[in-house]
Design a protein around this ligand. Structure first.
Ligand code: CIZ
Ligand code: SF4
Length: 319
């Protein structure tokens, strides 16, 4: 609309005035992803967001995503101002893994290497030997397993089980889950495959085992977008947050993308393929945060220094 295009222009002016770069996650709304692209920022998964933010020459990073992404950006770029359109956007994995309980769990198994998913608080990262995202979890765990290390994995039990099955590593799991991905239903996908028998199934491994078992490709968001390009099928059933369709459709403009079913038979679900916390980000909140300097992320320095150990291992990891 005309209003929205005026708003986009105002935000572009604000970004320039603040020497700010906008980094948006694949699961945020299309308007934010489009604006990040148009203004020289980036649209990415959490690993690439972290790399891009750290390499950016801007003095301010605006992170459209959920809180752990802003914290990671701040920890990697302590001298930059890191703003978020909303500080309320959390993640069920972060909520389900409180630092004191997690720390006690680690203390009870001192012989294990602690590997945590990026979807955790700065405090939990500070307790970890390694931080990983879904894009490199399997490679890192395979590397540790080959060195004979036994692992504590937290917090996503589905991703942990997926990585365990691929690597054969000895992994003690924390029992967390993503409220978006755990809603995908194998039965619903099987029904859909009867309607679209030629379709390929693309699944994010935060999904339940039965859903991953139906996948032609299971992988992180960036891996799924790359896989979409390579698939010979022209219909793709996609089990991850539907925000990914913005970039995936750009990558494969001629393919039909279909959201994998969540609740079977019209049953209600809590999230229906879209993360409620990612959805808290909007152009309105972005404009406000730039105008008023709201939503600044701060991380305690001692926590940051400890969390950086695992984060830097992730960023410098090469197979
Ligand atoms: O589900 C998420 O929050 C994901 C996929 C994060 C990421 O690694 O980009
Ligand atoms: Fe967390 Fe799931 Fe939302 Fe990602 S999609 S931020 S894992 S709740």
């Amino acid at each position: 609309s005309a209003d929205e295009s005026l708003q986009r222009e105002r935000i572009k002016t604000l970004l320039k005035a603040h020497n700010a770069t906008l980094v948006a996650h694949y699961y945020t709304e299309d308007s934010l992803q489009a604006l990040a692209e148009e203004t020289g920022g980036c649209v990415a998964d959490s690993l690439e967001m972290a790399r891009f933010g750290a390499a950016s020459p801007s003095s301010t990073l605006v992170v459209a995503g959920v809180r752990f992404m802003g914290e990671t950006a701040k920890m990697l770029s302590p001298d930059k101002r890191v703003l978020m359109p909303t500080l309320e956007a959390t993640c069920s994995l972060d909520i389900g893994c409180p630092a004191p309980e997690f720390s006690a769990f680690c203390d009870a198994h001192p012989d294990r290497t602690v590997v945590v998913y990026a979807n955790t608080s700065a405090e939990v990262k500070a307790r970890a030997d390694w931080v990983v995202t879904s894009a490199i979890a399997e490679d890192v765990v395979a590397h540790l397993h080959a060195r004979g290390e036994r692992i504590i994995w937290a917090p996503d039990k589905h991703l942990g089980r997926f990585v365990q099955s691929r690597t054969g590593a000895d992994m003690l799991m924390w029992e967390g889950a993503c409220i978006v991905h755990e809603e995908f239903k194998a039965r619903g996908i099987e029904d859909m495959l009867r309607v679209y028998p030629q379709a390929a199934v693309l699944v994010h491994p935060e999904s339940p085992q039965a859903v991953v078992d139906l996948a032609d490709v299971a992988g992180s968001t960036s891996q799924l977008i790359n896989a979409a390009r390579k698939m010979t099928q022209d219909t793709l059933i996609v089990a991850t947050d539907r925000g990914i369709f913005y970039k995936m459709q750009q990558a494969v403009p001629d393919k039909l993308l279909i959201e994998a079913p969540t609740g079977g038979n019209g049953a209600t679900c809590r999230s229906c393929a879209h993360c409620p916390w990612m959805a808290m980000n909007s152009l309105d909140k972005l404009e406000l945060c730039l105008e008023e300097g709201l939503g600044a992320i701060e991380v305690d320095d001692a926590i940051r220094r400890r969390a950086l150990v695992g984060l830097e291992r992730m960023l410098t990891f090469r197979n």
